[in-house]
Ligand binder design. Structure first.
Ligand code: ADP
Ligand code: MG
Length: 258
């Protein structure tokens, strides 16, 4: 049909590629359901809009670099009773992002710190909020490279852009002087500008040791904790739960990185 082909080309020229692809099925549906002109137009546009929205979110997911896509629904709260399930559900409403508040998940390895940080990232992305996930060691590698190339300011300003910035695994590796300064600059740069989620196996008292500089650690924590919620998780490692049950381990191994 010449007219059908013409419409398809017009849709493509307008950039309505999904409409162009689905034109046949949309027309068929309109005929089958005896749609009015207006409802045909509306349902057709809706299909294009839905697919564009999904694409945009998928692109944001790719830019976020999440290690996986686990959700709050995947989290077994009964295994970790020290976590206030209601608080986590409230956090997944993302009001903390509006308030530019930070979240800190503290606890030993395997208790679900990274899982919960990722799950809140997934929630943010699904709600259209830009998110970036990194481990502290990867972040520092990235900032050091920028520093050496004289592009630190540019890099720091890029890291200020996402609404949610997740830094996983603070505390497993001690920082040298430059790394501690770079970490401080990042926290300071996002202070009151955008939320940060941090996971750490160290209590705040130990951050001075991790950063090799207690004054810098105090200044960093001062900014980080000014508007923040701290979630302390105590309990057994989920990774070892089956082995603990089987009696292979008496208690979780607190020294392995999580
Ligand atoms: P952490 O970051 O505290 O070391 P993770 O979040 O990496 O721990 O958890 C280790 C593994 O166990 C992950 O695969 C995570 O999805 C899973 N996990 C941890 N806690 C739970 C839980 N309560 N329910 C379901 N899965 C969990
Ligand atoms: Mg972890």
């Amino acid at each position: 049909m010449v007219e059908l082909e013409k419409v398809r080309l017009q849709l493509l020229e307008l950039g309505l590629s999904q409409l162009a692809i689905q034109l046949d099925s949309l027309l068929e549906k309109a005929q089958r359901e005896n749609q009015t002109y207006l409802s045909f137009l509306s349902s057709s546009l809706e299909r294009e809009i839905v697919i564009r929205r999904e694409r945009k979110i998928e692109l944001k997911f790719q830019m976020a670099h999440l290690p996986y896509r686990k959700t709050i629904a995947d989290f077994d709260f009964s295994f970790q009773p020290s976590i206030d399930e209601r608080l986590i559900r409230e956090l997944s409403g993302l009001a903390f992002l509006e308030r530019k508040e930070n979240l800190l998940f503290l606890g030993p390895p395997g208790v679900g710190k990274t899982h919960l940080a990722v799950a809140l990232g997934v929630e943010a992305l699904l709600q259209g909020q830009s998110t970036y996930f990194t481990t502290l060691s990867y972040l520092l590698q990235d900032l050091k490279q920028a520093y050496e190339e004289n592009k630190l300011d540019k890099r720091l300003s890029i890291h200020c852009r996402p609404r949610l910035f997740i830094i996983d695994e603070v505390g497993y590796l001690p920082l040298d002087k430059l790394e501690a300064t770079l970490f401080f600059q990042l926290i300071s740069g996002r202070y009151e500008k955008g939320s940060i989620i941090i996971t750490s196996n160290k209590s705040f008292g130990e951050w001075g040791e991790v950063m090799g500089d207690s004054i810098l650690a105090t200044a960093l924590l001062d900014r980080l904790l000014h508007h923040a919620q701290v979630i302390n998780i105590r309990g057994n490692s989920y990774r070892l739960k089956d082995r603990i049950r089987a009696g292979v381990y008496g208690a979780p191994d607190l020294n392995s990185p999580g």
